[in-house]
Ligand binder design. Sequence first.
Ligand code: UD1
Ligand code: CA
Length: 476
Amino acid sequence: MRPRAAPALRRVRHQIKGAERKLKTQHMPTALIILAAGQGTRMLSDTPKVLHRLAGAPLLVHAMEAGRALEAARTVVVAGHGGAAVADAARAHDPEAITVTQEEQLGTGHAVAQAMPTLSGFAGDAVVLFGDTPFIRPETLAAMREARQAGHDVVVLGFEAAEPGRYGRLVMDGDRLAHIVEAKDATDEERAIKFCNSGVICASAETLSTLVGAIGNDNAAGEYYLTDIVGLANARGLSCTAIRCDEAETLGVNTRADLARAEAVFQDRARTEAMAGGVTLTAPETVFFAHDTVIGRDTVIGPNVIFGPGVTVESGAEIRGFCHLEGCHVSHGATVGPFARLRPGAELANDVHVGNFVEVKNAVIDDGAKVNHLTYIGDAHVGARSNIGAGTITCNYDGVMKHRTEIGADAFIGSSTMLVAPVNIGARAMTGSGSVITEDVPDGALAIARGKQSNKPGLGIRLIERLRAIKARKTN
Ligand code: UD1
Ligand code: CA
């Protein structure tokens, strides 16, 4: 049983569907080209730069998601350094993604040229994004598309840079983009320009292909600059323009410090969005979201809560302090924590209570059930309104295989019961505290599986006196 998607999640999906329909009916098909072949030397890493994670997902996935609003008919990822791993990550996110390899990193123009054969005969626009630039907003890409529809052949995304430094400069002539000059090649006058190139470029696939084919490498870096297509387009009488976005959108990741900064920016936005959506965060700066976290309104999240990927929480739930959630679903009215861990496949139905030091993995806990203290529930189903006593463990692993535990509705599991899976506990059944349950318990039965107690009269006092005497002999 999988609880239905949270209302908030359904709403978001509905909105995305609506936006996609709108784009589909109004626009020509778009292909996305994501440049991800760079070495990322300054990360000092064995992992390709675009596979470093931001909010739980590779940077590459953020770029792919940024392009999602375009409902790209094709997504082409240009991989180079660590190519196989980059290609795997691209396809894991979008099985239809096309990946091409750029053997030698000869520049952004050369990288785009590697992608063009996969778009031969593609009658639509191509949008170039960088794999290490995770924050481009859908609205910005939509504005670029509008500029294309208004008749411009090449549209470049620019921003006013606080410190233009190494960025390419956009040389404007009124509304017309005359050319882009890389900082290394710029004159002093050009270097004074603050309107910079984000790297995002849009043109028809056909135009892009023609222009990219004409790029040379006669420049300060000896590279094939994608930015040269603007000068080439103008020389052919095509029209070029630039759209403006906020500098924050163009934040790229080149170093570990950039990655941490990007994470901070992401978290800041996610917290603001959660609160704007009706979620209470008692200490927002201590809550960390993943790229895909969905939280319903009137849910309260305490301090120091961490969301890994794949979490949905419905409305009116409470996640208390110090919880860690990943790949799980929490339904309306449920309370979790403090100090609880929900691992992948944990599904809490309405009004479930999961308390402190409880771990739940690959298990459905049905309406109103309580698992309040010091418990491990893995590979299991807990029936509605059942109560799981403190210290209960589903012994799900025999060292080789995993096994399931089924607990019926209204069952009562005594404290510190070991449920040795595979095992079924019937509805309204009980287990005695401290039992090691190795056999199924029928509906309504009480199972006791532990050594029988025997009381030895007076032995408690005699034993203590003997031990004290031994200690006294030793210390004298
Ligand atoms: C580029 C732009 C510059 C812009 C800046 C914005 C060019 C020539 N310059 O400069 O105008 O202001 O981005 O950040 O386009 N890549 C490949 N293969 C290559 C080279 C690069 O896939 O051969 C990828 C990189 O992985 C990266 C992106 O292209 O994702 C940008 O490359 P990078 O070398 O960082 O370009 P910049 O010099 O920063
Ligand atoms: Ca760069």
